[in-house]
Design a protein around this ligand. Structure first.
Ligand SMILES: C[S@@+](CC[C@H](N)C(=O)[O-])C[C@H]1O[C@@H](n2cnc3c(N)ncnc32)[C@H](O)[C@@H]1O
Length: 207
């Protein structure tokens, strides 16, 4: 990931604004409980964590990413936003990480994965791992590229070819994977395509 992001991280936020759709919707709906905890897995430049920390001033935020280059940018942005006391960052692999060792807590009121599963080879493992980090009464929110079902076939072909250049593969069986994790871990699952299937959102809740 460092090889992909070492240069891109400098113009990442500006360019992704126009095509990583659904991120701000996810943040608007986070609604962490007062004093609650929120973990972003694959936090990249920290853009989402900063927007979320400003939107939800009572909550504490945590982020992991596998790329040390991305985390370097994230740390600088968080410090510039004056949020270093509310956003804690650490290096970790979405498919296996020890939240207790990294952040001193095993689970979080809100966990989210934004445009990260489409980059992780063992993305089903990353969903399992994230779901295991949901506190009682909490949930995991996922937003990622959909299969573009409501859009022209040529659009889908061009988009997927372009995303492949960045090692991004929209996950056709995301819904099935989320439902499988829900069944295995005793969670409730919801799934919703948005914007003609450009974006897929999924939610796992521990009720
Ligand atoms: C497309 S970026 C999305 C960043 C951010 N979530 C956003 O919405 O802007 C994907 C991020 O996932 C990270 N990533 C990829 N594989 C990972 C893994 N196995 N564990 C943790 N992070 C990973 C990348 O380093 C990158 O920062």
């Amino acid at each position: 990931m460092d090889a992909i992001y070492r240069t891109q991280r400098h113009f990442y936020d500006l360019t992704r604004k126009y095509y990583l759709l659904g991120r701000d919707r996810l943040i608007r709906h986070l609604s962490p409980p007062p004093g609650g905890s929120v973990l972003e897995i694959g936090c990249g430049t920290g853009r989402n964590l900063i927007v979320a920390a400003k939107a939800w001033p009572d909550a504490h935020f945590f982020g992991i990413d596998i790329s040390e280059a991305m985390l370097e940018t994230a740390r600088a942005k968080v410090a510039k936003a004056g949020l270093s006391d509310r956003i804690t960052l650490a290096q970790g692999d979405a498919t296996a990480f020890d939240a207790q060792a990294l952040f001193g807590r095993p689970a979080f009121d809100r966990v989210f994965q934004s445009y990260t599963l489409s980059m992780i080879p063992d993305w089903q493992g990353a969903i399992r791992e994230a779901a295991a980090k949901i506190a009682l009464g909490g949930r995991l929110d996922i937003v990622d590229f959909g299969q573009q079902n409501g859009l022209p076939r040529l659009w889908r072909k061009a988009l997927f070819a372009w995303l492949a250049k960045f090692d991004v593969s929209p996950r056709a069986t995301l819904r099935e994977a989320v439902e499988g994790v829900a069944a295995a871990q005793g969670l409730e699952a919801d799934f919703l395509p948005l914007r003609l299937g450009y974006v897929w959102v999924a939610r796992l809740s521990r009720v």
